[in-house]
Structure formats: structure tokens, C-alpha cells
Design a protein around this ligand. Sequence first.
Ligand code: BGC
Length: 491
Amino acid sequence: MPNEVGNPSLQDLLRVLDNNRVNKFYWLITILAAVGGFLFGYDTAAIGTAELFVPFHYEGFLLGYEVASASLGAAIGTVLAYFYTDKYGRKSLLIVDALIYALAAIGSALSVNGIMLLIMRTLLGVAIGADSAIATAYITEYAPKDKRGSLAIMQQWMITIGILGSYLIGSAIFYAVPDLAYSLGWRLVLGLAAVPALIGFAFRFIMPESPRWLLYTGKLDELKMELRKFGFDISEQNLERLRAITLTEMKEASLDDAAKKALIVVGLWLVFQQITGINVPFYYGPIVLSKLHLFGTAVNPVYSNIYAVLESAILAAINVAATFIAFRYIDRIGRRTLGLSAYIGMLISDLIGGISVVRGFLPGVLIAFAGFIIFFAYGVGGTGWLIQAEYFDTRIRGRMAAIGALIDWLANFVIIEVFPVMLSSIGLAGSMFIFAVLDVVALMFIYLFVPETKGLSLEEIVEMFKQVPFTQLRHGRELIAPTLLQREEKH
Ligand code: BGC
């Protein structure tokens, strides 16, 4: 039986949501919201696996576009999310997104030529971009404040599971039917993504619309209905009182100083998240690993490709396992502390990697790649997607989170373009030392400007960005504590 929300003011209603107990329903809708994360991971990695066997050949402009298609599509996806989601909601976008994922997967599998595959990859990028813009924003809007970190980290966890899944499924398919690798094999690897996408499409209809978004856009009848799914009821009388309050209290939010400060912090975090090179071990790890001959030496090119894929799977499995630490501790240890310690670990890993390359010590390179992934996974990857969602006023959250995602994809594109040039000009050791320098800059940025947001409600976070000057943000939580305490007492 749903609990009656007594005497609701906006704050009361939010308090109830913020302090609710996380039950199975919360996990279910969070997993549904994060299905897109799984596909984000699966599709970005599956392309790399399948590509080894795709028989279409690209030249000139198309060759360049082949690398850029997913990032470009993702950029388009974030822009679509920007214009859509604050106006029309989170749920419908997530449903349409699952459908685009499914269509693009089926279309890729059925591609009759290279151009069609590129178009489908761009479409896939659109789905990935829109998903990365909105998934964690949706999750943070219903998550109780003490579990918001863990719930939002589910998105990153699903990304890592998707990456691992694509390697495992890829190698299983190619291993089972090596003769069909160049015909049916790669099509299956790309097409199978349609299965989770269609499951997501079907089941996302049962997800509630974000209660915060409904509240802040004054859609109170729908809010009443959706709140029942979370275990609360509002009587008609209280609903009318709330209607009067929302009509007078709700103003259109804008890109004010608080939002600008938040956007700078999120934007820089996401830029560092990409340019410190997380995707390098995924792309280049197998090259190093294959020299260690972990799975023996293959004469048949199909098998040597399968071995390369299996070797990627080792790093991907480490990534999944380490994300558990983020899931478990992000709400206890906090975003800032996890981020700082992670970049220290990434810095040490890069230095070990660079020195190992100089000394020709391959196992050292491997340890460095693994270490780098572990530290990134526990303190940087999921944290970035979490703060992208939790720093903004609900009325502009969708737009701001979309800008954050756009920045992430542009940085991702830059590193894809620049890294090969770095590698050929200064080598792997030089590149790792440059990444080490970037880790130091990232460390300084977090130390100086990233506030701790664990345990605060979304509204308290916005209040903090409003009240605290940029240079004091690192003490933001302590600085607003007296204000929050006063408010509690008044209540
Ligand atoms: C990043 C991806 C990366 C993945 C690795 C995500 O947070 O956005 O670029 O491949 O983490 O786990």
C-alpha cells in the first residue's frame, strides 16, 4: 500500500524521494535505463572486432569517415537530446533511443556495401550520443541521495560489461565458425546488439517518467501516478495545494552563474576523462598482449585475429571488475576523493608503462595498462557520467548533461585522431609520459575545483554552485553546511 505524502510542499516531496529506501523496483528501472550503456560499450567495441572481418574497403574520405562515424553520430545524438529532453521528458527519449539502437544494429548486420555500413554506424553513434546525454540524468532524478552514486554507476558498469560482452561474443562466434568470419560472422557480431536493444525497447515502457522532471514541469497528475510506482501517494487535496505552489514558485531556469560554474567543472572532467587516454589500452593493448603470445602463435589469420580479440577481453574483464569498487564506494568515499586517488594511480601506471617500454620490459607495459584501467574504472569513468547528471537544476539538466556528453565525444574524437600521430612521432613511451603529464594536470584540476557532492540532494548541489565562488568549490560542501542545517531546523 503506497504511503501518503503528508502536507506536501516541493521540499517535502523531494525529501521523501531523497530518503526513500532502494528496493527491487529501483534496481529494475536503473538496469533498464542502463541497457543503453551496455549497447554503448558493446557497439563501440564490437565495431573494432567485426571490422577485422568486414569485406568492404574504404579509401580517401570514406576511410577517414570510417574512424569518425561513431563519434560524429554521437555528437549529433547529444544535440538531439539537447533540444528534446527538457521539453518532452526523459522516458520517451530513452524508448526511442532503444529503437534506434535496434534499427542500427539490424541495418549494420544487413549492410550490402560499405556506404550502408557507414550510415548505420552513424545512426548507432546517434543512439550512443543521446544515451550518454540522458541515461544518468534520468537515474539521478529518482535516486535517493545516499544511493545516487551507486545507482548512476550502473551506467558505467553496463558500458564495461558491454565492452567485455562484445569481445566474448565476437571470439565465440569467430571461433565456432571461423570459415564464415568474413561472411556471416561479422554480421552476427553487429546484429546481435539488436537483442538487448529490443528488450530495452519493450521494457522501457514500464519505466516511470522522471518524478523530478514531472514536478518541475508542473505535470502533477502524471507525477501522482508515477509516484505510486515508487511507493507514495498524494491525495487530491494535497495535489491541488502542490499545483498552487508549483504555479507560483516555478520559474524557467536559465544558464545562470551556478550552471556555468558546474558546466566548466563537468566539461573539464569529461575532457580529462578522454584525453588521459583510457581508450588507448583498449585499442593498443592487444598489440602489446599479442607479442606475449598468451594464447600461442597462430598461423591462420582468422585465429590470430581471434587471439587479439581474446586478449582485449582480459583488459575488458579487469575494467568490469574494477568498476565494482566505484559502485560500492562512490557514496561512502565520495566523488572527489575517488577521483583524486584514481588519477594518482593512473599517473603511476603511465610512468611504469613509459619506463617499461624504454627498458623493453613487456610485462611491465601490461601491468601499466591493467593498472591504468583499474584506477580509471574505480574513480574516473563512472564519476564523470555521474557528475554530468547531478550538478544541474532539473529544468536545465537535460540540456546541460547533453552539452557535457557532446564535450566528451569531441574529446574522444580528438584523441582518436591525435594518438596515432603521437605514436608515430614520439612512440609509445613518449605518449605514456605525455599522458602522465596530463594526469598531473587533471589531479590539480580536481584538487582545486571539484566539490564533494556525496550525500547532498540535487537541489543542495545547485545551491552550493549558486553560493560558493569558483575558487572555493573544493570546500563547497562544508561551506553550505550551515545554510542547509538552518533550513532543516526551520522545518
Ligand atoms: C568512456 C569511454 C570508455 C569507457 C571505458 C567510459 O566512461 O566514456 O570512452 O571507453 O568508459 O570503460
